[in-house]
Structure formats: C-alpha cells, structure tokens
Design a protein around this ligand. Structure first.
Ligand code: ADP
Ligand code: MG
Length: 342
C-alpha cells in the first residue's frame, strides 16, 4: 500500500497503533503537540520534536541561515506553547552537506540561539552528521507544565467558542511571494507589504507567553498551534475532542498586508488563512462564560466560530451560506502534495 493512500496523519495513526503501550507515566502520548509525561504528582515533562528538510520545509535559494535557525527553534517552541507549557531545554541534530561552510552553520546557530534566548531555553546537546541529500535539521524541545494547567487537543465541547491569537495566512502568502514573486500586475517582492509577509514566513514568533497565560487562566478547554493550516489544525481538535465546528469566514483575522497583497497573489486571503499554515498562532476553544475573563488577560483574541455536536467542520461564507470545510492544510503524503512547505 502506498503511503499516500493513508496520508501523513493516517500513517502516524498506523504507527501509533503498532507501538501503543499503556503506561501510567504517559498522560499524553502520540497525537498531540507534545508528549506530556508525569514526573511528579503535580508536574508534567513536555517533549516535542520536529524536523526541517531542505527542499521540503525550506529552500536555501530564498532562506538565509540565520532565519532558518530562528525558525527551526520557533516551530518547536510553538508546540510547547500549544500545551500551555514553559520550554527549558533543547537538543539539535544536523545533517549537513559537506560543501556547506562553517560561516553558514554559525549563522544558523546565531538565529537558533537568539530564539532560544528570547524564551530562556538552553541547548544541551544534539548530533552532527554529513548528508548527501541537502540540509536536515531535527530539533527536540523539553519543557514543563503543571498537570492542572496542561491543554491538549482533546477537551473541546459543543457550544465552546473558537479563538485564534493573531492574523492567519501571512506566512503562506509570504512563501508564495518568495517562490514566485507575484503572478499578476508585476512584482511586489520589494515592497514593505511583501517584506512583512515574507517576515511572517521566515521569522515566526512562538506564542509562549500567551499560551501560558491562557493555560494559567483555566479558561480554555483545548488548544493547538497552527502549523499545518487552520482547517487541518482545527480538524485535529475536532477529531481528538469528538466534536465538529463552524467557522465564520468574515471573522478570520486577516492582516492589512495580506489584504493589500491580495490582488497580486494566486489565491484569496481566506484561502491562505484556512489552508496556508505556518502561522504559529494559537487556536483554542473556551466556553462562552469564560469569554469575559479571557478578554481581561491581555492576550489578542479573535473569535472565529463555534464548536458543534455535529462532528462535521463547516464554514459560513460572506453570504451566510454554510458549506463543508475540508482539512486542506499541509500533509506530507497527500496525493497531490504542494511544492514546498518551508
Ligand atoms: P505538530 O504539527 O504539532 O508538530 P505532528 O502533526 O507533527 O504535530 O505530529 C502529531 C503527533 O504525532 C505528535 O504527537 C508526534 O509526536 C507524533 N508523531 C509524528 N510522527 C511520528 C512518528 N514517526 N513516530 C511516532 N510519533 C510520531
Ligand atoms: Mg503543533
């Protein structure tokens, strides 16, 4: 059987079933942003790992090494944010083509370290190998969270409101500008608007402080970071929580830059917001009675829809019409994979 017939998430589910071992020490295992492991009666160790591969996740023709280092750290820290945790330590493994220079790898670590320092996380080890097939980066982050505060993808309930912490779609639009320039009406690549979108793609910010604040407030029921795209990541919450959702297209937070760039891009801003991915904003659900408290936390909140008992995901368009919302975010083994996912 071809892997593409299962897709990335089907394959992970198959792996999970093959290796599953119940242990009272594993509170959250395969299937969430990070594993949550019991290390004492009240605290959990969080562990998450992510890999970035040249030609799949990044293209060195338009990614500088400093940004690559920054982003490699950021995407991992974001998974700790999604659990409501605090990152502490990190391990990094590199597969490096022998023709690369010391300066390039040093730049990678300058960017990597800047991100780690900003979030008080310490690099404590890793592995270094040569690679014959481009640069490979694998990062593991370890962190902690109290058992009472951990947030997972499960726990959303019908009637919960759905929130995101910031604009969606900028990163995917930035990637498109990097890859193709602009399709229509000449290039916007050198404009300030393009620069902001490209920046969102190359230098994402993990929402650690907000994730922590949301977790400590005990207002949210389920949380995930948006790495694959809103539709796919909301799909993970729905699946793990056994619920459905309705998203209102008109409520999706779209930056001024994305709206200004829209005329030059291949797809609509709503498409980038739903399917783009790599925004690294937090997506969470909370019951209506918690909204007032949530609003007092100082975390940017955009209410975009509601969790439903009916297990389907729906989208309410600008004309008030509800149609089914497919998980169209990134899947490494989808039948028609997109060209790159950096
Ligand atoms: P994220 O996008 O938040 O990094 P992923 O979609 O990569 O999450 O992974 C989903 C879950 O599947 C995580 O719990 C991850 O640890 C687990 N997972 C992914 N690949 C494998 C694998 N090859 N073996 C075991 N677990 C895996
Ligand atoms: Mg994640």
């Amino acid at each position: 059987m071809k892997i593409s017939s299962l897709g990335e998430f089907g394959l992970i589910e198959k792996i999970r079933k093959l290796v599953i071992r119940r242990s009272s020490a594993v509170m959250v295992g395969i299937g969430d942003d990070a594993a949550a492991l019991k290390v004492s009666a009240s605290s959990l160790l969080l562990a998450s790992t992510d890999m970035l591969i040249e030609g799949v996740h990044f293209n060195l023709a338009y990614t500088d090494f400093y940004s690559l280092g920054w982003k490699s750290a950021a995407v991992n820290l974001s998974d700790i944010a999604a659990m409501g945790g605090v990152p502490r330590f990190c391990l990094t493994s590199l597969g490096i083509p022998p023709a690369f220079s010391v300066e390039q790898i040093s730049d990678f670590y300058r960017g990597f370290n800047a991100m780690l320092r900003a979030h008080r996380t310490i690099l404590v080890g890793g592995d270094t190998c040569s690679s014959r097939n481009g640069l490979m980066v694998s990062v593991t982050v370890l962190g902690g969270v109290e058992k009472a505060h951990v947030l997972t993808r499960a726990g959303a309930k019908p009637g919960d409101r759905i929130f995101v912490t910031g604009n969606l779609g900028d990163s995917a639009a930035g990637l498109e500008i990097l890859k193709f320039g602009a399709k229509r009406r000449g290039s916007i690549r050198t404009t300030a608007v393009a620069k902001r979108l490209i920046d969102a793609h190359l230098r994402p910010a993990p929402r650690l402080e907000w994730g922590r604040t949301i977790a400590l407030s005990r207002c949210a029921r389920a949380m995930i970071d948006i790495s694959d795209g809103l539709s796919s990541d909301l799909g993970h919450i729905c699946e793990q929580s056994g619920v459905g959702a309705v998203i209102e297209a008109a409520k999706l937070p779209l930056s001024l830059s994305l709206r200004k760039a829209a005329a030059y891009l291949v797809n609509t801003p709503v498409y980038y917001a739903l399917s783009g991915g790599e925004d690294y904003e937090l997506l969470f659900t909370a019951p209506p009675e918690k909204i007032r408290k949530l609003r007092s936390l100082g975390v940017p909140l955009h209410e975009i829809g509601e969790i439903t008992r009916n297990r389907a995901m729906m989208i309410l368009d600008h004309n008030g019409k509800q149609t089914s919302l497919r998980a169209t975010g990134y899947d490494h083994f989808a039948k028609e994979p997109r060209e790159t996912h950096s």
